[in-house]
Ligand binder design. Structure first.
Ligand code: ATP
Length: 360
C-alpha cells in the first residue's frame, strides 16, 4: 500500500510527454526520500472524447476526489469540441467542484535563459500571480446573455467567503516563501477598485485580512499599473493576488516574461483538494516530436510534493519538493540545458536527464 494516492491525468498532446517526464522525476525522489506514491493514470481529454463521447473515463472524477493530490498534463485539442462549441476541459469542472480557488502561478527567471528585458535586475525575477480561480468574471461562464442581438452582458461575482480564503492563502504563501529564503514577504492586491464596486469590495476584504496578517507587508495596485510594472520592473514583484480574469491575463504575460509557457507552472489549491499542472495547453503544433519543455511540469510536480507534505505533515515530501525545485534551477545554472522552446537544443529527454542527474 503506497503512502499517498496521486490521480494522474496525462491528457492530450504534449500533456502526455511532460507527464512521462514527471513520472521519472517522481520515481527518483520516491526512492531517494523513502516514500511511495500510487500514481494511477486515468484516461481523459479530447482524444478520449473523440473515441468515446466522454471527457473522462468512468470513475476518473471520483478517483480525483478520493486522491491525496491530482496531477494533470494538459487536455483539449482545438478541433475536438463539445456540443456547445467549447473545448474539452474537465479540469475546469474539477476546479469548480473541488473549489480550487487559489491558482498559484509562479514566474521565475532561470539562469542561462534568454531575457526579454535588458536590465540585469530582470535575472532576479521570482514572483507569483495568485489568481482566484472559481469566481470573478469567469463566474459568468455559461451564464452570459445577449439581449435582442444588441447588448451582451457578463457579470463579475466576488464573494466574501472566497476572497477571505484567497487572501489568507496569499499571506500564508508569503510567509512560507520567506521561510525558504524566497520572495519579499509581501502581498499586493491587484484590482480596479477605483472604478468597479466589485473590485472595491475585493480590496476592502483584502484590507481586513491584511490587518489580521500584519507580519506580512500588504500593498495595493491597480491592474493597469501592475501590468506596466510587470514589464518595467518585474523583479520588484512578490505575490500579486487578483480576480480570475485579471489573473488569467497577467499570468500568461508573466509566462512570456520568463521565456514561454513551458516555463510556467501552476497549482490550483482549495481547502481539501489540489490539482497541479503546467499552465500551458496541449500545444498540438509540437506534440509527438519529443521537443516539449517539461520544466513547468517539473516545477508543478515540486509544488504538489510540497503541498502534500504540508497537508500531511510529512517532511519527506516537503524536502522532495524542495529538491526537485532546486534540481531544475541547478540544471539551468550549470548551463546543462536550454530548451528548444527558448531557442536552445535541449529536447524533452535532455531536460529530463539533466534534472535527474542533479537529483543524483
Ligand atoms: P490552450 O489553448 O489550452 O492555452 P494551446 O496549445 O493553444 O493551449 P499553449 O499550450 O498555451 O496553447 O501554448 C502556446 C504555444 O506555446 C504552443 O503552441 C507551443 O508552441 C508553445 N508551448 C506551450 N507549452 C510548451 C512547452 N511545454 N514546451 C514547448 N513549447 C510550448
Amino acid at each position: 500500500m503506497a503512502d499517498y494516492q496521486i490521480a494522474v491525468f496525462p491528457g492530450d498532446g504534449i500533456g502526455v510527454e511532460v507527464m512521462d517526464a514527471a513520472m521519472a522525476i517522481l520515481e527518483k525522489v520516491e526512492s531517494r526520500f523513502g516514500f511511495s506514491l500510487s500514481k494511477e493514470a486515468w484516461d481523459g481529454g479530447a482524444t478520449y472524447y473523440r473515441e468515446t463521447g466522454k471527457d473522462l473515463a468512468p470513475g476518473a472524477f471520483e478517483a480525483a476526489r478520493a486522491a491525496d493530490a491530482i496531477l494533470f498534463g494538459a487536455m483539449g485539442l482545438p478541433d475536438v469540441r463539445l456540443p456547445d462549441g467549447t473545448e474539452v476541459a474537465p479540469h475546469l469542472d474539477m476546479r469548480r467542484e473541488f473549489r480550487l480557488f487559489a491558482g498559484v502561478r509562479p514566474a521565475r527567471k532561470y539562469p542561462n535563459t534568454p531575457s526579454l528585458l535588458s536590465d540585469p535586475r530582470a535575472e532576479t525575477t521570482d514572483l507569483i500571480v495568485l489568481r482566484e480561480s472559481t469566481e470573478g468574471l469567469f463566474a459568468s461562464r455559461g451564464r452570459g446573455t445577449i439581449e435582442g442581438g444588441r447588448v451582451a452582458r457578463d457579470t463579475m461575482e466576488i464573494t466574501r467567503e472566497t476572497s477571505e480564503d484567497l487572501f489568507d492563502f496569499a499571506f500564508n504563501l508569503a510567509r512560507r516563501r520567506a521561510d525558504k529564503g524566497r520572495g519579499q514577504r509581501r502581498v499586493t492586491c491587484v484590482d480596479k477598485s477605483n472604478v468597479f464596486v466589485s473590485m472595491a469590495f475585493f480590496r476592502s476584504i483584502f484590507d481586513e485580512r491584511a490587518a489580521l496578517n500584519a507580519d506580512v507587508e500588504a500593498t495595493r495596485a491597480y491592474v493597469d499599473a501592475a501590468a506596466l510594472d510587470l514589464i518595467r520592473k518585474p523583479w520588484t514583484a512578490d505575490i500579486l493576488v487578483m480576480e480570475n480574469m485579471f489573473g488569467d491575463i497577467l499570468s500568461d504575460l508573466c509566462g512570456g516574461l520568463v521565456g514561454g509557457m513551458g516555463m510556467a507552472p501552476c497549482a490550483e489549491i482549495g481547502k481539501k483538494h489540489a490539482l497541479f499542472q503546467p499552465a500551458h495547453g496541449t500545444a498540438p503544433d509540437i506534440a509527438g516530436k519529443g521537443i516539449s519543455n517539461p520544466t513547468a511540469m517539473f516545477v508543478s510536480t515540486a509544488m504538489m510534493l510540497d503541498w502534500l507534505g504540508e497537508m500531511a505533515g510529512d517532511q519527506r515530501l516537503v524536502e522532495a519538493g524542495e529538491a526537485v525545485d532546486q534540481a531544475v534551477w541547478q540544471a539551468y545554472a550549470d548551463g546543462a540545458i536550454l530548451p528548444i522552446e527558448l531557442g536552445g537544443k535541449s529536447d524533452n529527454g535532455d531536460v529530463t536527464r539533466a534534472v535527474l542527474a542533479v537529483l543524483g
